[in-house]
Design a protein around this ligand. Structure first.
Ligand code: XUL
Length: 504
């Protein structure tokens, strides 16, 4: 089966086309928003407001879809199923004209222009937005119960509920005029389907509105957020469902096959879980980028996060956990700079000093979420350390911090799939294996969210099994085994690090 995964991220729209029968990626392409659509004057695809607001434009995303489908024109007739991935939490607001406009799209229409009258809000608030602390506090007060137990996360500024409440409070008329509130994922699935499509339960879990245990809207969470909300939200369905066939617009304009299935879409994190081959508990992913993210499947029972990280749905069934750490590469780069070494020399220093003989410390150069604290070090303090303490000590402390918080979500970690820039550094990868005492597999997947959504489309529409999809698309490029003689040293270091955390 030929399946298309489209990932609408903050900065770009990426396409990954797979042939699941041949086990091959046929084509990959990305469209960068800021470069391709300078008329929107975005900074890497987003706009900053004066008060910690971050948003983008639905028209920009529609222009990107038109451009991508035009680019893929020769391949389009072969595509048998499509699924979309969208950056999580972002919401799209539409009035009652949406169903008619979608149903009557004509091949001479540009999506962005034809859909303009359907938007009841000209912007899409995105996950970087941090302007809704007041709304989070209000909802917490309105809710007679624990938001974390019900929804899997504390009330978060970037989550959809807080954004919806702010819109309702600041623009009550536009809120009343709004008849449909979609996530990015469900909105673009609806565009391809030519009619409203459900939100999938794995992305729905990132809204603070869905009851994790039932995978349905929770009346108490809805009531705490805004009036008449249930009527504006699509239904929720499992990620494994096929929504419908592609609309006539895409058949006539872009030569898609009328039998092409539009599968339910999901968020970038649930899709990345699939694209990183981590659908089963015991295997987790550590993505080492600007920020470091830990995520993994946790089985069929949601866990109480006690406010640490989030629980989303696992598109392959059950739940997944996710913890995002703000201090990733920024801290590692600052530590390297303070030593005056390059990364090749730094890697040697790390491998010769694992475990680190210097004492650990709180390795946060910017404010951190886990633990919740202000920055603890700066370039000056790093320069006062020995090179070993600055570089090896910082990275080891980061990994101990990761293990400390990861243990709250995942009890038995056998395999860590490592991705992101820093995963290329073998000394860091070996240190992770030693600190966690788990096998580390390095994966080189350029866009795990787009690949994950293509794999989901092949699974939902073509009944391709996760085993065969994983074998063909997510195999590890290399693996490192833990050095068991370091196990007890890291147990002791972890205990000492836990004491250090209590000093915050
Ligand atoms: C997760 C989060 C981001 C966005 C954008 O909670 O906010 O990972 O999904 O990638």
């Amino acid at each position: 089966m030929i399946s298309l995964g489209l990932d609408l991220s903050t900065q770009s729209l990426s396409a990954v086309l797979i042939d699941s029968t041949a086990g091959e990626i046929i084509h990959e392409h990305a469209i960068n928003f800021a470069e391709s659509f300078p008329e929107f004057e975005t900074e890497n695809g987003f706009i900053r407001g004066p008060k910690k607001e971050f948003y983008s434009y639905p028209q920009l995303y529609l222009k990107a879809i038109d451009k991508m489908m035009h680019y893929l024109e020769d391949l389009n007739p072969k595509i048998e199923s499509i699924s979309i991935s969208g950056h999580q939490h972002a919401s799209v607001y539409l009035n009652g004209s949406l169903p008619k406009i979608l149903a009557e799209l004509n091949q001479s229409d540009q999506l962005s222009e034809a859909l303009t009258p359907a938007f009841s809000r000209p912007i899409v608030p995105i996950w970087m937005d941090n302007s809704t602390t007041e709304e989070c506090l209000e909802m917490d007060k309105n809710l007679n119960g624990s938001v974390t137990e019900l929804s899997g996360s504390l009330y978060c500024e970037r989550f959809t509920a807080a954004q919806i409440r702010k819109f309702y409070k600041n623009s009550p008329e536009a809120y009343n005029e709004t008849q449909f509130i979609h996530l990015i994922s469900s909105f673009f699935a609806s565009v391809f389907a030519g009619k409203n499509v459900s939100i999938d339960s794995s992305d729905g879990a990132g809204m603070n509105l869905m009851n994790l245990a039932t995978s349905q809207w929770d009346d108490n969470l809805l009531e705490a957020c805004a009036p008449n909300l249930k009527a504006k939200l699509p239904n929720i369905e499992p990620a494994s469902n096929v929504a419908t066939k592609v609309s006539n617009y895409f058949v006539e304009k872009y030569s898609l096959n009328p039998n092409c299935d539009i599968c339910l879409s999901s968020g970038d994190n649930p899709n990345s879980l699939i694209g990183c081959g981590a659908t089963d508990p015991g295997t987790v992913v550590i993505s080492m980028g600007t920020s470091d993210t830990f995520f993994g499947a946790i089985g069929n029972e949601p866990i109480d996060t006690k406010g640490i990280g989030h629980i989303f749905g696992n598109p392959a069934g059950g739940y997944m956990s996710l913890i995002c750490f703000r201090n990733g590469s920024l801290s590692r780069e600052a530590a390297l700079k303070s030593t005056g070494l390059n990364w090749q020399e730094g890697e040697k220093l790390i491998s010769e000093n694992t475990p680190c003989k210097e004492s650990n410390y709180l390795p946060f150069i910017v404010d951190e979420m886990y633990p919740s604290c202000a920055a603890q070090i700066n370039e000056e303090s790093l320069s006062s350390f020995s090179p070993t303490k600055a570089l090896v000590g910082l990275i080891e402390s980061q990994i101990l911090n990761l293990r400390f918080f990861a243990a709250k979500h995942a009890k038995n970690i056998n395999t860590i799939r490592l991705t992101g820039g820093a995963s290329q550094n073998t000394a860091i990868a070996q240190m992770i294996a030693d600190v966690f005492q788990a096998k580390v597999e390095r994966i080189e997947i350029s866009n795990s969210a787009a690949l994950g959504s293509a794999m989901r489309a092949a699974n939902a529409s073509g009944q391709e099994s996760w085993d065969s999809l994983n074998k063909n698309f997510t195999a590890a490029k290399s693996q490192l085994l833990p050095n068991s003689s370091n196990a007890s040293i890291y147990e002791d270091k972890l205990k000492a690090y836990a004491h250090l955390l209590q000093t915050i």
